[in-house]
Design a protein around this ligand. Sequence first.
Ligand code: FES
Ligand code: FES
Length: 154
Amino acid sequence: MTTFTLHFWLNNQPESVEIPLTATLLDVLRDELHMTGTKRGCGIGECGACTVLLNGQAVNSCTVLALQAQGQKVETVEGLAKGEELSSLQQSFIEEHAVQCGFCTSGMLMSATGLLRQNPHPSEKEIRTAISGNLCRCTGYMPIIKAIEKESKR
Ligand code: FES
Ligand code: FES
């Protein structure tokens, strides 16, 4: 098996890991680094459960080869809270009851984080577009949209 050493920035910390050449970014996060906040759903770019930020852009980490992250900045849900203190966006999700089983939540949070950084005051339509690649089987989406709207008004 051909391997290489991936050097990248993970949640603003330098990280190096020896991985197979064919590993996806999701494989590296979950299986090599045990960062299991990022979820593996479909594995084929359809559900958004594996969403992370790559240089600030929301991507499905199951469809990104880890070598594409060489030297780049990756952010995962583990990077949102500061110790025990949840981020304001995470708090909005709780307040708006935007979490049920939670399987989609880390992906939703990362898509919303990417959106709010680029566009701090999005319209409802822009919010819907930003999370259109994130599937939720529980909430019916409205609480999630309201949570992101709430955060944009804080
Ligand atoms: S697990 Fe990556 S999009 Fe579904
Ligand atoms: S909260 Fe269960 S899939 Fe979204």
